[in-house]
Ligand binder design. Structure first.
Ligand SMILES: [Cu+2]
Length: 119
């Protein structure tokens, strides 16, 4: 028997290109779900004067990092190039991810995170 869908489910992403922007050090979405085992693209627009990037980390990004080099270098499943705004944009090509819980994050900005569910 069918049950009601949960109301707090991540935003489904049915296409191949995910659109994300950054404005005032905030990403335009909070959470998203993508299909496991399928490459996808991110069209990323930076509306700020400074630089932003999108990296992918598996699980939840640790709050306390062992070293700045570890934090910058990963390993991460995906590391996007930095772009400097305002009104700059790029397209990232993200290789297929295995099912699991991930985050998109911007390395210099602790609060810039998006929950990424891959399933
Ligand atoms: Cu940033």
């Amino acid at each position: 028997m069918a049950t009601a869908a949960p109301t707090a489910a991540p935003t489904p992403f049915a296409g191949r290109t995910l659109e994300i922007s950054a404005t005032n050090n905030v990403f335009s979405i909070k959470d998203v779900e993508v299909a496991a085992g399928q490459d996808f693209e991110i069209t990323f627009k930076n509306n700020d004067d400074g630089s932003h990037a999108i990296y992918v980390t598996e699980g939840v990004r640790p709050i306390v990092m062992q070293s700045l080099d570890d934090y910058r270098n990963g390993p991460y499943p995906f590391k996007g190039e930095y772009i400097k705004g305002p009104s700059a944009s790029t397209t990232y090509h993200v290789a297929a991810l295995a099912a699991g819980a991930y985050q998109f994050f911007c390395p210099p900005h602790r609060d810039m995170v998006i929950s990424l569910t891959v399933k």
